[in-house]
Write a protein that binds this ligand. Structure first.
Ligand code: FAD
Length: 386
């Protein structure tokens, strides 16, 4: 391709990784990020604290030269540790041995590692630049500095939207072409809580597992962090289906959360000393699946990651899928004759894959909250392992 310059909107997980992959191949890359530099003032993510990293994601990190740095802080998860209502536990391995595992990584640390390697590869990252609007005909994008409200105009050849589920670039593209956008809200939301380290500085529960407390229509999960804490996520329906069923309608504050935990998550309760404070401080996050029929505006703009296909988190694949997008897009840009061909080939390859993962993520919510403690399911898993 003659003009090897790209402008990426969003320096989150996908934006920083894509910038690295392209810069390492000699592309000139500018990345514009709404937030400040997390290396200076700390990470202000506002989303899940840790993430399950799987083989698909690790492959992309290896190609970007980031795997080693990321894995130094990752905690191995061999399987699901199911916490039954009567208090007993059962480890259901993901594979036959430790060659088939997933890893818990800290979102903020991962983002910082990816920003570092993107800059080392030669990408230019501009912080405090939130995309406001795009004039696709004039090839001009306007970014706002949230600190002083000033606007900055930038000329571009092609834009990549890595600006997450609420993508501004997607909104701007939709004003020019029909993207076939649909968002399905799950009707369930989540709250994050924390299990701190034990008095001796170690982990309070088994570190090498993804813990699940399945309770039918709702559940808790906990992922380990390398500083010996666990991030607990409570998933509840927004409204009760039957009177008295727990939901965010009747679990509204710390006291009501304690009553729920005393009844349904009794073995988790003593592990979360700040339950009331965590519950009241942390916002409830909405969960939704975003479907688009079209991810690009000819050769002028394309969407990747959550901006193209946000999904519910129950398969732990949103980031992994976003990383696979970056590898595919970088490859198509390298091979194709112009951005329009590259973006079309990228969409043709990745859209069906994203749809499949979105469906699996929805199915896995039922499995995690309702089936992993089911006798038939346990028997089937035991037979598979035998
Ligand atoms: P984001 O991470 O959202 O990054 C978008 C970036 O764009 C941000 O830096 C943002 O500040 C910036 N931005 C936004 N608007 C603008 C603008 N107008 N201008 C400039 N910049 C802008 N995935 C997994 O693989 N494993 C998991 O275990 C997992 N667990 C999850 C748990 C929860 C509770 C949730 C909600 C999600 C989870 N995910 C998981 C999904 C994962 O978080 C996303 O798929 C991933 O963050 C997508 O990366 P992204 O770069 O596309 O978007």
């Amino acid at each position: 391709m003659a003009d090897r310059h790209l402008t990426i909107v969003g320096a989150g997980l996908a934006g920083a990784l894509l910038a690295t992959l392209l810069a390492r191949r000699g592309w000139s890359v500018d990345v514009y990020e709404k937030r400040g530099d997390p290396r200076l003032k700390g990470y202000e993510g506002g989303r899940s604290i840790n993430l399950a990293l799987a083989e698909r994601g690790r492959h992309a990190l290896q190609l970007a030269g980031a795997d080693e740095a990321v894995m130094t802080h990752a905690v191995m998860m061999r399987g699901r540790m199911v916490h039954f209502a009567d208090g007993h536990t059962d480890l259901q391995r993901y594979g036959r041995d430790d060659s088939e595992v997933i890893w818990s990584v800290h979102r903020g640390e991962l983002n910082i590692t990816l920003l570092d390697i993107a800059e080392q590869a030669g990408a230019r990252i501009h912080f405090h630049r939130g995309l406001e609007r795009v004039d696709f005909d004039a090839e001009k994008a306007t970014f706002l500095d949230p600190r002083d409200g000033r606007e900055h105009e930038v000329t571009f050849k092609a834009l990549v939207g890595a600006d997450g589920a609420g993508s501004t670039l997607r909104r701007q593209m939709a004003a020019c072409t029909e993207l076939g956008e649909r968002t399905d809200f799950l009707g369930h939301s989540y709250k994050e809580l924390e299990i701190p380290p034990a008095a001796d500085g170690g982990f309070r529960i088994e570190p090498n597992a993804l813990h699940i407390w399945p309770r039918g229509r709702y559940m808790c999960i906990a992922l380990p962090n390398d500083e010996r804490t666990f991030t607990v996520t409570l998933f509840l329906p927004n409204e009760s289906e039957r009177p008295g069923d727990p939901s965010f309608e009747n679990v509204r504050n710390g006291d009501e959360a304690r009553v729920l935990f005393e009844r349904d998550f009794a073995d988790a309760l003593p592990l979360i000393p700040q339950l009331e404070q965590d519950f009241e401080r942390n916002p409830a996050g909405l969960l939704a699946t975003l479907y688009l029929d079209r991810w690009h505006l000819d050769g002028r703009a394309v969407l990747v990651g959550d901006a193209a296909h946000a999904m519910v988190p129950f398969h732990g694949q949103g980031m992994n899928c976003a990383f696979e997008d970056c590898v595919a897009l970088a490859d198509h840009l390298e091979r194709a004759d112009g951005c329009a061909d590259a973006f079309a080939a990228f969409q043709a390859e990745r859209l069906p894959n994203a749809r499949a993962i979105q469906a699996m993520a929805l199915e896995n919510y039922l499995e995690m909250r309702d089936r992993v403690d089911d006798d038939d399911y346990l028997l089937q898993r035991a037979l598979e392992r035998a």
